[in-house]
Design a protein around this ligand. Structure first.
Ligand SMILES: [Fe+2]
Ligand SMILES: [Fe+2]
Length: 470
């Protein structure tokens, strides 16, 4: 298989032109995608030149090409990592048997649900972020937003390719539905909660790319282990692009934190009075987006997770680093709610796999928060950002009916509600952060609430014209 971009209408490394039926089906879906992009993609910038990275191959070195592109002309393509000959199931009931190149009938519905659920998040995030270009704090940030947006569009293509290729007519119908649902729409919402939440300003955008895109990393990594080989190969390449999204989030928050610290050291030290975002407000948005993202892993004890693992469809994060891959007689020690009390106990491992994946995710988030705290310390400020308890503010799973503080103490509903605005953004916080959101479009200039990045994109300087606005 070629790993290099070809000149087809739809760039791909899957030899699309050899399958006329599939090619025609995808070419029929393409205009719907483009009109969705025009309607729900970044508002107001479709005709501008943006300095973007485009995937052109799956080679580790040189997979991307940087140049100015108008977003509707972005070459959204289909890229799968090359097939590894002789690959076998790495876990579950079929461990050691050859992986599947076709969908096994008995697991068809489960597999389609996994692909559709992943696919739905991709256009959803573009919809959530559609107005943010209007208030970007710099051209550098504006470009990064659009980079994330076009790549989420490509991730939608990746999932639609699987639906069209392997799921026949209902796959095509699901692909159409992916363009019909709308984030936050009352009648046709996106499938998962966090993808229907408003993303009204850049603090939320950076928290989203830090925490919610990172959920994406863990879901993709679990699917990259799949015994359904086309899914595994698709997800592996998506992970390459995903890394940049989390970089945008982590460094974006880090720059806001740095600016807050600088302003604290000014005479008076009142961050808000000087037009910055204070650390306690940053903590509240961290609490919000982190907990919305924890929900995306699903219930703590889940028979769906057990079934997907047993079938070899969805593994653990880096399955290779484990020695045992069947998980029939093993257990996971975790907190559960029993009779209104939190107890620590062993749960059958296969049923605990959502929690196992969430636990890996939490460790990864903590590493990012540690880096933010290092910035605060380096600035000489005494303040520590923390991840709240995984029981706090949950809307899915075992903890969702109960009320916990960020420290993980159980409270009654009335007390929790009375204290809510200590922990989560209040309307006043939201209004304040929004009031700061004024676009800065002069090359190299930054809004006053965020520090400049340590370096530019692709080795270019900070004052490079990342988006041409005229
Ligand atoms: Fe994505
Ligand atoms: Fe992403």
């Amino acid at each position: 298989m070629s790993t290099i971009l070809n000149d087809d209408k739809i760039p791909n490394n899957v030899n699309l032109s050899s399958d006329r039926r599939l090619q025609r089906a995808l070419e029929a879906w393409q205009p719907g995608f483009l009109s969705w992009w025009q309607e729900m993609g970044p508002a107001g910038f479709q005709a501008k030149d943006v300095y973007l990275r485009t995937a052109i191959s799956v080679e580790a070195n040189g997979w991307a090409h940087f140049d100015y592109v108008k977003m509707p002309d972005y070459r959204w393509g289909i890229f799968l990592e090359p097939k590894q000959e002789g690959r076998v199931h790495g876990f579950g009931d079929f461990e050691g048997q050859p992986v599947w190149d076709e969908v096994p009938g008995e697991f068809r519905n489960m597999l389609r649900r996994l692909v559709v659920t992943q696919g739905d998040t991709e256009p959803a995030s573009v919809e959530q972020q559609r107005m943010l270009g209007q208030t970007a704090p710099s051209l550098y940030d504006l470009r990064n937003l659009f980079q994330v947006n076009v790549e989420e569009g490509r991730h939608l293509w990746a999932m639609v390719y699987l639906l069209h290729t392997y799921f026949g007519r209902d796959g095509r119908e699901e692909a159409d539905e992916l363009l019909a649902r709308r984030s936050g729409d009352r009648d046709r919402p996106r499938i998962l909660g966090a993808f229907n939440e408003p993303n009204n300003h850049w603090l939320s955008f950076f928290m989203f790319t830090m925490f919610t895109d990172r959920d994406g990393k863990y879901q993709l990594a679990a699917l990259a282990e799949s015994g359904f080989d086309p899914l595994a190969r698709t997800c592996r390449f998506m992970l390459t692009e995903e890394a940049h999204h989390m970089f945008v989030g982590e460094t974006g928050v880090q720059r806001i934190v740095k600016r807050a610290c600088e302003l604290m050291k000014q005479p008076g030290g009142d961050v808000r009075a000087q037009g910055g975002i204070d650390l306690p407000t940053i903590q509240k948005y961290l609490n919000l987006w982190y907990t919305l993202s924890l929900d995306l892993f699903g219930g703590e004890v889940s028979s769906n997770a057990a079934d997907a693992f047993a079938a070899g469809l969805k593994g653990r994060y880096k399955e290779d680093k484990y020695t045992e891959h069947k998980l029939v007689d093993s257990f996971f020690a975790m907190d559960v709610l029993e009779g209104g009390k939190v107890v620590h106990k062993d749960v059958a491992m296969r049923n605990a796999l959502n929690e196992v994946l969430r636990t890996e995710y939490i460790k990864d988030c903590q590493r990012g928060v540690d880096r933010w705290n290092k910035t605060i310390k380096d600035e000489g400020i005494d303040f520590v950002l923390t991840l709240p308890s995984n029981k706090f503010h949950r809307q899915i799973g075992m903890w969702s009916g109960s009320y916990f503080t960020p420290a993980g103490e159980l409270l009654d509903a009335a007390t929790w509600n009375a204290r809510r605005s200590e922990w989560l953004p209040s309307e006043a916080d939201e209004a304040y952060v929004k009031s700061l959101m004024m676009p800065v479009t002069e090359p190299g200039k930054m809004a006053g609430w965020i520090a400049p990045p340590a370096k530019g994109i692709n080795g270019l300087p900070g004052e490079f014209v990342y988006v041409r606005l005229d």
